[in-house]
Design a binder for this molecule. Structure first.
Ligand SMILES: [Zn+2]
Length: 190
């Protein structure tokens, strides 16, 4: 692991997690601009760029009992938001089995079957963003922190589903995860 090598992980920026979608986070629209700013910087600086997406089987059981049907494989809701510039990104598919019920993107795999955890092996600094803060973004950051990496959540590039986001942020900070704005992150790491 190169200590100073940076990766960006954009968690599930899919239509169903934007307003109007099956599990829309009310303020998700606000993340598009900062996410694109970060992705542009990432391409210029040759950072790792990973975008995860939930691709659920229509027969998914427990996970749909908890959250309702969303991000079904092949449905419009599972598409990445069209305003996110995905150029150069490695896509990570997650939650594809009918019995899958988890939130972290680290268990997801690229098209060759490598897990995000394996793909992040060479990176020492990982910035996490996307949707939604209390579930997939938070759990992904927690798992990355457990690997011993410097882990940052980009505050303006993520959005909560509920109004429980204050509690979630303080929980994440207690675990040693930094929560920074896009501006501060770029000043510090770019
Ligand atoms: Zn899901």
């Amino acid at each position: 692991m190169k200590e100073n090598k940076v990766a960006l992980v954009v968690v599930d920026p899919q239509i169903d997690f934007f307003p109007g979608g099956a599990l829309g986070a009310p303020k998700a629209g606000q993340i598009i601009k900062p996410v694109n700013t970060l992705l542009n910087k990432g391409r210029k600086n040759s950072w790792g760029i990973f975008i995860s997406r939930e691709l659920h089987d229509l027969q998914t059981k427990e996970h749909f009992n908890v959250h309702g049907t969303h991000c079904v494989i092949g449905s419009p809701g599972a598409e990445i938001h069209p305003e996110i510039n995905t150029q150069g990104a490695v896509f990570i598919n997650k939650g594809t089995g009918p019995d899958d019920h988890y939130y972290s993107s680290l268990k997801g795999k690229d098209e060759k079957g490598k897990t995000l955890e394996e793909l992040l092996a060479e990176f020492g600094i990982v910035a996490v963003m996307g949707l939604v803060l209390e579930y997939c973004v938070g759990d992904t950051a927690i798992d990355i922190k457990k690997l011993g990496k410097e882990t940052i959540i980009i505050n303006d590039a993520t959005a909560p589903l509920t109004d429980k986001d204050k509690e979630k942020r303080s929980e994440l900070r207690k675990l040693g995860i930094m929560i920074l704005s896009t501006k501060t992150f770029l000043k510090r790491y770019c």
